[in-house]
Design a protein around this ligand. Structure first.
Ligand code: UTP
Length: 408
């Protein structure tokens, strides 16, 4: 893209200030900026002034989950179907590790965080250990696909290599990168991170399948004969991955997607809630939950929306191919965005100063015809690390690891 083309693109989206320092730049810096302008999807910026419309939902009604008791009563049947599918190479795992982990306050990828006390125990290591349980049980190596972003790709891949893939077979681990999205002030004007660089942030965890396609990873999946993809978050150190019982239950109920859920511990707990939206499966994010939904009761007087998702889904690969062309809703989230001031000095804000634009994996559920909400024991499978201390933190996760006999 040359200067004139870049000018036209920026003009179209009201972002000409991006070229403010252009004349001061070296040729190399100019080229880098023009390349970034070319590659940046600026369509998302049109949404800044329509934030409320972007958040609008359809008619929400409850969706019941397969409970722990129901799962227990069919455990043998589910386990057999799951183990058979894994042994046949039909199950792959996708680790979403492209997030910024800003709440944890470390610039390094979240997975390299050491939660150990008497020894080193990294978040990535905990996940690989959990996956190894299933590898051992089924005597089958499971393909693991790891999504990174521009901000952490090098650090993530180097860390896995340095740690010898925590004993996993490297030929079964494939890294791929997600896309970035521009970050803006509250009026939708993109911030500049440097005189020749637009501020960007990873574009959410919803683009993972599209990114897998871009990186040729989906071809690998088809070649390997993988039919189910277990997508999970980096930050839950008790995450059960490729759990045979969950795999079996999703397959035997002929669901397009299975979603692990936990019974919420409070109406305002910060997790997305599984429900129906206009009669189709859907998830409402915690920050979009209305008071009406929080307080709604079912016929027995129990909370009507009591199951929360823990970002562990098993998708039918074919169904993903069918929905990949559909545009997922955009979530516009307030964020602290580093930028340069008028004089060109870098500023790291203490408080949110603008928006990031994200598509979320949870919105994929609404595109699919059938979803199995599958209840899991909270203290056995859910120890998210979002913060350093307090709720969903390194501290609370350590406590839960101890409860589960995991040495730290
Ligand atoms: P979170 O919603 O907790 O976001 O991600 P985050 O960026 O890691 O953390 P904060 O909000 O900045 O503190 C849930 C999961 O989705 C992944 C994360 O890595 C985590 O596994 N994720 C999130 C991505 O892979 N890409 C993204 O763009 C965002």
């Amino acid at each position: 893209m040359d200067y004139n083309e870049a000018y036209k693109k920026l003009e179209k989206y009201g972002q000409l200030h991006v070229l403010k320092y252009y004349d001061e730049l070296t040729n190399e810096e100019k080229a880098a900026l023009l390349k970034q302008i070319e590659e940046t999807d600026m369509e998302v910026l049109l949404n800044a002034s329509h934030k409320d419309e972007a958040d609008a939902k359809g008619k929400i009604t409850p969706l019941s989950a397969m409970t722990l008791a129901e799962i227990e009563s069919k455990k043998d049947e589910f386990m057999k179907a799951g183990i058979d599918a894994i042994k046949a190479g039909k199950v792959g795992a996708v680790l979403l590790a492209g997030g910024m982990g800003t709440r944890l306050g470390s610039d390094a990828p979240k997975g390299v965080y050491n939660i150990g006390i008497t020894k080193e125990v990294y978040i990535f290591e905990r996940l690989i250990d959990n996956l190894m349980d299933v590898v051992k049980l089924t005597d089958t190596w499971i393909h693991l696909f790891v999504m990174t972003s521009d901000k952490n790709h090098e650090a993530t891949t180097a860390f896995f290599k340095e740690k010898n893939y925590f004993g996993y077979r490297p030929e079964y681990i494939t890294f791929f990168m997600q896309d970035m999205a521009p970050a803006t002030d509250y009026d939708g004007k993109v911030y500049m991170e440097a005189k020749n660089k637009i501020s960007t942030s990873p574009n959410g965890n919803g683009g993972w399948f599209l990114s897998m396609m871009k990186w040729g990873v989906v071809d690998k999946i088809r070649e390997a004969g993988i039919e189910w993809l277990n997508v999970f978050a980096v930050d839950n150190v008790l995450q059960r991955i490729a759990d045979p019982c969950f795999v079996g239950a999703t397959i035997l109920t002929d669901s397009d997607v299975g979603s692990k859920v936990v019974c919420k511990n409070a109406p305002d707990e910060k997790i997305g809630v599984i429900c129906l939206e206009d009669g189709r499966p859907s998830i409402v994010e915690y920050y979009e939950l209305t008071d009406e939904m929080m307080n709604a009761k079912d016929e027995s007087g129990n909370p009507a929306y009591s199951y929360g998702v823990i970002l562990n889904y098993l998708f039918r690969e074919k169904a993903l191919e069918d929905i990949v062309a559909k545009k997922l809703p955009l979530h516009i989230v307030e964020k602290k965005i580093p930028y340069i001031d008028e004089a060109g000095n870098p500023i790291k804000p203490e408080e949110p100063n603008g928006y990031k634009y994200e598509q979320l994996v949870l919105d994929m559920i609404h595109e699919l015809d059938s979803c199995l909400p599958y209840e899991v024991k909270r203290n056995y499978e859910f120890a998210p690390i979002k913060n350093k201390t307090g709720v969903d933190s390194v501290e609370s996760a350590r406590e839960l690891c101890r409860e589960n006999g995991i040495e730290l």
